[in-house]
Ligand binder design. Structure first.
Ligand code: PMP
Length: 320
């Protein structure tokens, strides 16, 4: 794929192995029963050097996901934080996407997960803009999914677990087949939940609205960043149940996520949202977000800078 390039090395159970060797048996528990938890993290090439965005928060969520599923992870959070940094360094990436992944591997057959060994990996690759670079300005066309988001006390939405993404895949496939970039799922009560891999925000009369945890969302780290950025910009933020029709009546709507960053939504179900492209409040929030990840202006302490890597601009200056 044009905007993807795999790293040469993968971290597996404390060892650095070639990408090609990061394989598993087809009868592994995870393949049959979906028993994995994972993270998606970005390392940005800021003007001050390469930096991983909110690394400790992502690893905290990874361990929380594992805790919910009674996984005894045989590494500390610091071990996995180090593994993530190492992946950027040994793969000589200036920017990349990081995928810590913990799953139940090959063991005695059967649904009971306990006998299967825990396998821990960190993979990395270059990944361009998820919903397209143009989308960050022009916005995307989306639909409300006919699929309901996973319901409370079925699959826990606070765990970022592989199995949750079967629900996401139903949402994504339906959207794409019908000509949309993405789908928005409603929760079991008919309120807005989230996209297949993104949280959602609405702007109405300069108030920032986003669904609460009870709308079975993943507690997004970008979502948390946007809430904090919005408040520091003096905007009022409300986490509350949002009826579907607010998608059509909002002044602005956008997705947030590690992959999607802040992607404006210009139409929902072919109904134009606001001015039909990125609105002014979205731009204000985006500008602040991009100042952190592009310029490295880190007033929140969200960046973990990686040693031995330099921003391209610095390398170019040194060479000229
Ligand atoms: N919801 C779902 C279902 C997701 O997969 C993601 C991506 N991890 C998000 C929301 C956004 O979370 P984050 O900002 O932590 O990437």
């Amino acid at each position: 794929m044009a905007n993807q390039e795999a790293g040469k090395y993968v971290w597996h159970n404390g060892q650095i192995i070639p990408w090609e060797n990061a394989t598993i048996h087809v009868m592994s528990h995870v393949v049959n029963y979906g028993s994995s938890v994972f993270e998606g993290i970005r390392c940005y090439e800021t003007k001050r050097g390469s930096a991983i965005f909110r690394l400790p928060q992502h690893i905290e969520r990874l361990f929380n996901s594992g805790h919910i599923y009674r996984m005894n992870i045989p590494y500390s959070k610091d071990d996995i934080i180090e593994a993530c940094k190492q992946m950027v360094q040994v793969n000589e990436f200036k920017h990349c996407y990081l995928r810590p992944l913990i799953f139940r591997g090959f063991g005695p057959f059967g649904v009971d997960p306990f006998p299967a060994p825990i396998e821990t990996y960190v993979c990395s690759w270059i990944w361009g803009k998820y919903l397209g670079a143009e989308a960050l300005e022009q916005g995307v066309d989306v639909c409300v999914s006919s699929w309901t988001r996973i319901a409370p006390n079925t699959l826990p939405s606070m765990a970022k677990a592989g199995a949750n993404y079967m629900n996401s895949q139903l949402i994504k496939m339906e959207a794409k087949i019908n000509g949309y970039v993405e789908g928005i799922a409603l929760d079991i009560n008919g309120y807005i939940s989230e996209g297949s891999g993104e949280n959602i925000f609405l702007i109405k009369d300069n108030v920032v609205l986003t669904p609460p945890l009870n709308s079975t969302i993943l507690q997004g780290i970008t979502r948390d960043s946007i809430i904090k950025i919005s408040r520091s910009l003096g905007l009022e933020v409300m986490e509350r149940a949002i009826p579907r029709e607010m998608l059509y009546l909002a002044d602005e709507v956008f997705f947030t996520g590690t992959a999607a960053e802040i992607t404006p939504i210009r139409s929902v179900d072919k109904v134009q949202v606001g001015i039909g492209k990125r609105g002014p409040v979205t731009k204000l929030i985006q500008d602040k977000f991009f100042a952190i990840i592009d310029e490295g202006e880190d007033e929140y302490g969200w960046l973990t800078f990686i040693e031995n890597t330099k921003a391209a601009t610095q390398t170019e200056t040194a060479l000229s």
